[in-house]
Ligand binder design. Structure first.
Ligand code: DC
Length: 228
């Protein structure tokens, strides 16, 4: 394990602001980004495209092992990475709420989580990594030098997600989104494998009453203190 490459993990429930904080931090430090949720989302999309049943665990594992996924730079600082499956740009498709629900279902399959472990770890490259997910600091990058658990009330998270999806031109209803976020939180927290929980050594941030700038500068101050 190469511990000279710094890893900052940012875990937490959906809509807590992990994506934006990850992007801003990575861009400021010049670090790589791992959007681990996008990997589960792409597996769901690939399974649907291939007509693979979500109960077919060995089929899903095989699909994940041969997954032709790539993240490509867009040059847009607000959305720096596009997501590609095979030779198709699927960035928009994987961002829908339905893709998130599919991802959460697949994420409870332990064999699948193990099958993508080395893909996830391959993002740890010099000069450093910011890893966004649910189990980045607890499981995948247990050795991360700086760990955050970013959360907010379910109401605040549903509203943020609603605005994000609307801004991307994706149609969705706020009450439906609120329910869906609550269900997804429950299944992410209650699953047996790698449940959503703060790492023992994580800095916990409740961003309900904070602006994104306040969260970012706090995160940055912790990172600078720990990594220099
Ligand atoms: O962060 P996201 O909304 O894109 O993640 C989609 C789902 O994938 C989420 O509900 C749970 C799952 N996931 C996970 O189990 N572990 C991760 N490290 C990232 C996401």
């Amino acid at each position: 394990m190469n511990n000279s490459i710094p890893v900052v993990s940012i875990d937490g429930p959906s809509g807590a602001g992990k994506g934006v904080i990850t992007q801003r931090l990575a861009s400021l430090k010049g670090y790589h980004i791992l959007d681990s949720g996008a990997i589960y989302r792409v597996i769901g999309l690939a399974a649907r495209k291939d007509g693979l049943d979500f109960k077919n665990q060995s089929g899903l594992v095989e699909l994940a092992q041969g997954l032709d996924i790539s993240f490509r730079g867009t040059g847009d600082s607000e959305n720096p990475l596009s997501v590609w499956l095979r030779d198709q740009d699927v960035t928009r498709e994987v961002r829908t709420n339905e893709a998130g629900v599919d991802a959460s279902k697949l994420a409870s399959i332990s064999e699948l989580r193990l099958a993508i472990r080395s893909l996830q770890r391959s993002f740890k490259r010099s000069p450093g990594l910011v890893a966004d997910g649910r189990d980045m600091g607890t499981v995948v990058f247990d050795e991360a030098q700086v760990k955050f658990f970013l959360t907010a009330s379910p109401e605040a998270r549903a509203e943020r997600r609603y605005k994000q999806l609307k801004d991307k031109g994706i149609d969705v209803s706020l009450p439906d989104l609120f329910l869906s976020i609550q269900n997804r939180d429950l299944s992410d927290m209650e699953r047996e494998i790698a449940p959503l929980e703060p790492a023992r050594d994580a800095v916990i941030i409740d961003s309900t009453a904070m602006t994104i700038d306040e969260v970012f500068y706090f995160v940055l101050s912790v990172v600078e203190e720990k990594l220099g």
